[in-house]
Design a protein around this ligand. Structure first.
Ligand SMILES: *Cc1c(COP(=O)(O)O)cnc(C)c1O
Length: 363
């Protein structure tokens, strides 16, 4: 049997008719950028996330860097972020000239809230929380710290569409919730797409102006903005998938629960969810001391895996200028050496799951 780490075709096939009908409708409409599909999606997504306003953008990275730009964070400012994230989280900070200050993760792969306070300096302006792998971070402590030190709070929800902490949706705790709809995300488009969910109407309006060259009225430009518009086709296709998101997340949850129940190899450390949090299982990430041998073994059995992520941002070439050396973040670095995402996707058959479980237990 051949099992790929992810199968986006299965997620398409499940609602193929609905997707094709919407695509043709948008193509025939003659209106392709910033129209009724985008504004309807913004309303529907804000309502799903239980937030106030949503603004559609071109990608998750744009959501992050434009959020920091509009919150006024720039050169000389520090933003606290976990060490073990996808590099886009960090680029969202540094594209504005600000400095990322890394904090180690906890046992659930989220930022360790107990290690944040010691990193706060007079230059700290914000905390960026990443709900990694679909697990909601422990927000109670983080929100309290933001209030105590008057910090901005931004959430990277690229992997957490629909996850909650103490009943509250991720993306609604702080000033801005940043979402990606890259095809492999829990709510995936068929190309690049992103959005922000914002509490404050004035800030939401700023995003709308900024994404369109800083212009509200055509050819009248208020600020130097960007081109970061969500297009009608992606918005329309996202509107088809959104009503199915809960069902899609539940399907992944059932697969994850099955993995957790049936995997019994003591060589593997399985993922856990903190008290109060829910997880939408963007990835099922386990750890193994013999990770690289495990990859090879699974490969020979036809099972593909992915490492999220093999090089932590502080050690990547792109961030050599920050001057961090190996050993600076021992837990982050240990995770980079041992984490492995095993195949898990919507439409994964029980037979495929059992094949993965058997192979892992026999390792
Ligand atoms: C995917 C992802 C992003 C970036 O989203 P794009 O739409 O690819 O720009 C940012 N942060 C995290 C945690 C992600 O997984």
């Amino acid at each position: 049997m051949k099992i790929m780490p992810n199968r986006m075709d299965r997620g398409f096939e499940k609602y193929q008719e609905e997707f094709e009908k919407k695509a043709v409708e948008v193509l025939r409409s003659g209106w392709y950028v910033l129209g009724k599909e985008v504004s309807s999606f913004e309303e529907e997504f804000a309502s799903y996330i239980e937030g106030n306003y949503c603004v559609g953008l071109a990608s998750g990275l744009d959501a992050l860097w434009i959020a920091f730009r509009l919150l006024g964070i720039d050169q000389g400012d520090e933003v606290i972020v976990q060490g073990n994230t996808y590099i886009a989280s960090v680029m969202g900070i540094t594209m504005n000239g600000a400095t990322p200050v890394f904090v180690e993760p906890d046992a659930y792969y989220g930022i360790d809230a107990d290690k944040i306070e010691e990193k706060i300096t007079p230059r700290t302006k914000a905390i960026l929380v990443v709900h990694l792998y679909g697990v909601a971070s422990r927000m109670d402590k983080i929100v309290a710290l933001c209030e105590k030190y008057n910090l901005r709070l931004v959430e990277d929800c690229a992997q957490s569409h629909g996850a909650r902490f103490n009943g509250q949706m991720t993306g609604t705790f702080g000033d801005v919730g940043c979402f990606s709809f890259y095809p492999s995300k829990n709510l995936g488009a068929f190309g690049d797409a992103g959005a922000v969910v914002v509490k404050d109407k004035k800030l939401a309006d700023k995003f709308k102006v900024f994404r369109n060259y800083g212009s509200e009225k055509r050819y009248y430009n208020k600020v130097v903005g960007a081109n970061s518009r969500l297009d009608e086709l992606q918005a329309g296709l996202l509107r088809v998938r959104l009503p199915h998101l809960d069902e899609l997340n539940r399907e992944k949850e059932a697969i994850a629960n099955r993995y957790t129940e049936k995997l019994n190899n003591p060589k593997l450390i399985l993922p856990k969810i903190p008290k109060g949090a829910t997880c939408v299982w963007h990835q099922y990430v386990l750890r193994c001391d013999e990770r690289d041998r495990l990859i090879q073994y699974l490969e020979e059995k036809g099972i593909g895996t992915i490492i999220h992520y093999p090089i932590p941002p502080h050690l990547s070439e792109a961030y050599a200028y920050l001057g961090h050396r190996e050993g600076f973040l021992p837990i982050t670095e240990e995770y980079a050496k041992t984490v492995l995402s095993i195949p898990m996707y919507n439409g994964m058959t029980q037979e495929e799951q059992d094949y993965v479980i058997k192979a892992l237990n026999e390792f």
